[in-house]
Design a protein around this ligand. Sequence first.
Ligand SMILES: Cc1cc2nc3c(=O)[nH]c(=O)nc-3n(C[C@H](O)[C@H](O)[C@H](O)COP(=O)(O)OP(=O)(O)OC[C@H]3O[C@@H](n4cnc5c(N)ncnc54)[C@H](O)[C@@H]3O)c2cc1C
Length: 555
Amino acid sequence: MNDPFATHDILNQSPPFENVNLFTCDRALMDAVGREGGDQAVKRLAAFGQICGSAEGFQRQRLANENPPKLRPFDSKGFRLDTVEFHPAYHECMELSVAEGLHCSAWDHLAKPGAKPVPGANVVRSAGTYMAIQMEAGHQCPITMTNAAVPTLLLEPELASWWIPKILSRQYDKSFTPAAAKSGVTIGMGMTEKQGGTDVRANTTRAIPAGNGGPGAEYLITGHKWFMSAPMCDAFLVLAQAPGGLSCFIMPRILPDGTVNGLRFQRLKDKLGNRSNASAEVEFQAAHAWLISEEGRGVPAIIEMVTCTRLDCAVGSAGLMRLALANAIHHCRHRTVFQKHLVDQPLMSQVLADLALDVEAATALSFRLARSFDRASDPNAAAWRRMMTPVTKYWVCKIGPALAYEAMECLGGNGYVEDGIAARLYRELPVNAIWEGSGNVMALDLLRVLQREAETVEIVLDDLAAAVGGDAHLKAQLERVRAMLHEPRLLDRRGRDLAEALALLAAGTILRAHAPTAVADAFMGTRLSGGPRQTYGQNLDWAQTRAIVERAFPG
Ligand SMILES: Cc1cc2nc3c(=O)[nH]c(=O)nc-3n(C[C@H](O)[C@H](O)[C@H](O)COP(=O)(O)OP(=O)(O)OC[C@H]3O[C@@H](n4cnc5c(N)ncnc54)[C@H](O)[C@@H]3O)c2cc1C
């Protein structure tokens, strides 16, 4: 104040959102982990939540996104390099996530021949993913793909026995050396081509057997991929047309003899969000790769991987939505407008509570899905996994961007500038809906279940019917779902309606059984009452909004 040129004191700004334990401050997450079978890991998750929500954690997010990866196609003398350089903050995030086992822990049992899956492993891993993505989203791409590659690799036991022990390591080894010499590896995926991503059967990339061909054999692959993220992964699961049809291969970056494989990177995408992650356009010039499963079985082989990534899309979106919400509540608790904290202004209280309802539902639904991955040998869980993966991925990823926008608005102008996290979250969230099966593709996948797997549908509907209990809104919603199923126009027109109706029904049953009454009542009264809903913060004047906000992020 002694400075004669000081124009003002800084007042009424919220303190930075940092040093928040992303596990212990998140009641919905802790409840979901406990409920779905991850109780044994609570201590470890709390320790990881501290790391992810620390000031250093959020600093990594900022640095890794403000300094996006750079492609280095050539060295100074014109020799090919085909490498990508990342900011150290990105590598730190990778180190933390790999040390936590987020790239593999669901498969730890594979280290011991004949061992059974660890109970709750997918739920625990999902909780780690939910928090790591809040620390930094882009690095989760290779983490997710590495975990998801395992079930596809398992289809080819000899290849699996070489790659999986490397995947199960907890060491992040960023060196550009042959996988055999590395202490740990990551795996990416190359499906999408210029002429089609959804329609992979239109792939033009060709695979020619190097010898006799067949499962596990070496092929030479020539063609391109239009999106291939995390290009510094040690290998990629790739689709290409072999003589016997579309097939799945594993393509290492560096060959066992130390030669760099024929992957020529053209450029990196200039993306809306997800900027810390590199997404490359690449050409394969007789790149060496090894066949997984039979020729012509490429889609069934890679679908194993895709299914696992869809779980992570839902869990990841729920995590990002959670961060957007917590950041908004934090700001509104500290910001005063017209002599009252924003959080206490009736309209803002409704907006925050309304956002919290979607986050609670998205979290509940995503972790319910994670549990079904843990119990894949149980027919009920397998049915849930099959039918509710597209439903959950569809709904959770689809509501994320709108939620991030409204959460950003809670911060006013501060939300719109790049210094904070709200703008980054807003740009990040759409990608989870677009990749790994966009909205319509998820709806079509659900319709495929209806057309081909009557027993699966029956099991899931029986499960939901049993959970509806005496709740009038849930009963009515179940009837709506049943009516849609008997509607002949449904099969090609109403996939989105049905996916959303099922998601709301399933989320509603979980909230009614397990969430506080204030949350469950408000969810049913707004999402299942049939009333109009275009934006957040409407029709909640009767609800206990303070209690909902307090549960979402205790003050
Ligand atoms: C940041 C980023 C990273 C990516 N990383 C990778 C990667 O590492 N590896 C990889 O293989 N791919 C990657 N992708 C590609 C991504 O998976 C595809 O973009 C996605 O699958 C959609 O394919 P497409 O872009 O060809 O769109 P299209 O297949 O042309 O689809 C366009 C739209 O049409 C809709 N649609 C498709 N079929 C139908 C139908 N029958 N009826 C109605 N609507 C339909 C889709 O839902 C979509 O909305 C990445 C994409 C992004 C944005």
